[in-house]
Design a protein around this ligand. Structure first.
Ligand SMILES: Cc1cc2nc3c(=O)[nH]c(=O)nc-3n(C[C@H](O)[C@H](O)[C@H](O)COP(=O)(O)OP(=O)(O)OC[C@H]3O[C@@H](n4cnc5c(N)ncnc54)[C@H](O)[C@@H]3O)c2cc1C
Length: 280
């Protein structure tokens, strides 16, 4: 499967990893969990550079929020006491439904965010949480995840290396995530993250991302605008559902028609709104 690979390197420092990328321009691949690389091998990759000895497996509190190192697996996040205390354990609950238990033990947060399949859970999830990433190419560079995805060149074979994910504190936030799948272990056919800030019994800010459309996640600003100022009454929630169906940029693919995705986009918003209204 990886017949073209002739070298495997196991650097012990970030500088060494970046130097190796430069030694094999266009012909190297960084290895996080290695699941994606073994599933869909990169034809360009003659050299593999393992990240497992770079001490990037950690979850720690920071002055503002939390930091998660790139080689932390989804399983480690599901089992993390730190994440259990963050937003009422929202992330472990959601991540525990992603892929299967065995795969969650392989998939790293770095590998999932860099690969960023349009149908994947993690980009939509962390875009909605307004996460940031730290990239390393000799120097650290802090970017919002949204800006990271806006520049495709940052996810090319020559790096930069994604070093860590930063999650904001999210005080006063209410968050809900829905994924629609055919079976419990299937990939999402549509997913949606709703994040609101609740102040004086009203929505002060709203953030809505719709993923697996089947294209890359769309920020649905028209729904956000409608929700700001709302007290999430049944009528206001239904208006938002209608607006979501109007604004969802969905298409057909082998799995689902555009019409059905449009209908679902509204249904997922209804569920998300019910969850955040209950929490509020
Ligand atoms: C059977 C199966 C089911 C799946 N189900 C789901 C699902 O339900 N939901 C979901 O969201 N995803 C799902 N995925 C997708 C999975 O999250 C991705 O394949 C992910 O890339 C795997 O992570 P990894 O750590 O093994 O990546 P790797 O194979 O290690 O790397 C993937 C890519 O990222 C690069 N890379 C890795 N780490 C870094 C880094 N720190 N900095 C820069 N580049 C890096 C690699 O060079 C490679 O190009 C599934 C995948 C499979 C095979």
């Amino acid at each position: 499967m990886l017949k073209q690979v002739v070298d495997y390197f196991s650097p012990t420092g970030l500088g060494e990893a970046v130097a190796l990328l430069r030694q094999f321009p266009g012909e190297a691949a960084l290895v996080g969990g290695g699941l994606d690389l073994s599933w869909r091998p990169r034809k360009h990759a003659r050299a593999l550079i393992g990240l497992d000895r770079l001490a990037l497996t950690y979850q720690e509190p920071r002055e503002k929020g939390l930091a998660i190192g790139a080689t932390t697996t989804l399983l480690q996040m599901v089992e993390s006491p730190l994440l259990a205390a963050y937003q009422g354990g929202f992330l472990p609950r959601v991540l525990n439904r992603v892929a299967t238990s065995l795969l969650r033990g392989m998939i790293t947060i770095g590998g999932a965010l860099v690969r960023a399949y349009p149908w994947a859970d993690l980009p939509c999830l962390f875009l909605g949480l307004e996460a940031q990433v730290v990239l390393y190419d000799g120097n650290d560079r802090l970017l919002s995840l949204a800006d990271y995805y806006a520049d495709r060149s940052l996810r090319g074979p020559d790096g930069p290396l994604l070093r860590e994910l930063l999650l904001p504190p999210l005080e006063g936030s209410r968050i809900a995530y829905q994924r629609f799948t055919r079976t419990a272990v299937d990939i999402p056919l549509l997913n949606q993250l709703l994040h609101i800030r609740w102040e004086e019994s009203r929505v002060a800010e709203a953030c809505v991302w719709l993923g697996a459309r089947p294209g890359a996640a769309q920020r649905v600003t028209e729904v956000e605008t409608l929700l700001v100022g709302s007290s999430l009454t049944g009528e206001e929630r239904e208006q938002a559902v209608v607006r979501m169906r109007e604004q969802a940029e969905v298409e057909s693919d082998l799995r689902l028609s555009a019409d059905y995705r449009r209908h679902l986009a509204g249904a997922l918003l209804r569920r998300n709104l019910e969850e955040v209204a209950d929490a509020a």
